[in-house]
Design a binder for this molecule. Structure first.
Ligand code: AMP
Length: 219
């Protein structure tokens, strides 16, 4: 039987570091990292019709309607670099999106779920220091992962900014939503015996090491 390619779905609360970790894994495995949050921010920055439609949801920390997300993901997965597997960050976010994804990939890909666990208190702590580059998508933390030159992106030199949806009231809403949405992903991963749960409250390097170790066991 032809073996399905593996895909990796990262999930965890906002600020859990799943964006950073998914990029480490992407480099290790030579797979593209597909982040719906980043794709949406890009669409917004070029003021595409899709970006403009999504903007009001993203700004208030609300989920963008499934139809728009599906459109953006389906388009991205058609690109050549995703043919032999990919890593997802921020998608699927709930039971409906998981179902949509499973239909889209059929039996061509086998999904593994990677949960990055972090407490609410730590999330609020971390997000207050988060800075992002709107030009290339790199992200930083003023304490845990500071840029080399204050306020500027190490990769492209662009000025860093605070995401609008990282403001405290919006973060609280995103946290509450996350809890509802993570349950179906956990249940699916457990049922399929393809769930990796990682303690995200460790140094970036140690979290990376734990993820790599777990991935090496399944390959
Ligand atoms: P993130 O960068 O993953 O924290 O996403 C930032 C924002 O983009 C979220 O608060 C949502 O408004 C939107 N978003 C990202 N991914 C999704 C998704 N899978 N479904 C719906 N909205 C999303």
């Amino acid at each position: 039987m032809k073996q399905a390619y593996l895909i990796y779905i990262f999930f965890g609360p906002p600020g859990s570091g799943k964006g950073t970790q998914s990029n480490f894994l992407g480099k290790k495995l030579g797979l593209p990292v597909i982040s719906t949050g980043e794709l949406l921010r890009y669409e917004e920055s070029i003021k595409s019709p899709l970006g403009l439609k999504a903007r009001r949801y993203v700004k208030h920390g609300q989920l963008v309607p499934d139809k728009l997300i599906h459109q953006i993901i389906a388009g991205r997965l058609r690109k050549r670099d995703a043919a032999k597997g990919f890593i997802l960050d921020g998608y699927p976010r709930d039971a409906k999106q998981l179902d949509d994804l499973l239909k889209l990939i059929q039996d061509k890909y086998t999904p593994w779920l990677i949960e990055v666990k972090v407490s609410d208190r730590e999330v609020v702590n971390r997000i207050s220091g988060r800075r992002v580059c709107n030009n290339c998508g790199a992200s930083y933390h003023l304490v845990y992962n500071p840029p080399k030159k204050g306020g500027l992106c190490d990769v492209c030199g662009h000025k860093l900014s605070i995401r609008e949806d990282d403001k405290p009231a919006v973060v609280r809403k995103r946290l509450a939503d996350y809890k509802d949405s993570a349950d179906p992903l956990l249940a699916y991963g457990k049922k399929q015996k393809r769930l990796i749960s990682i303690n995200g409250e460790q140094s970036i390097a140690k979290v990376r090491q734990d993820i790599f170790k777990a991935i090496d066991k399944i390959k």
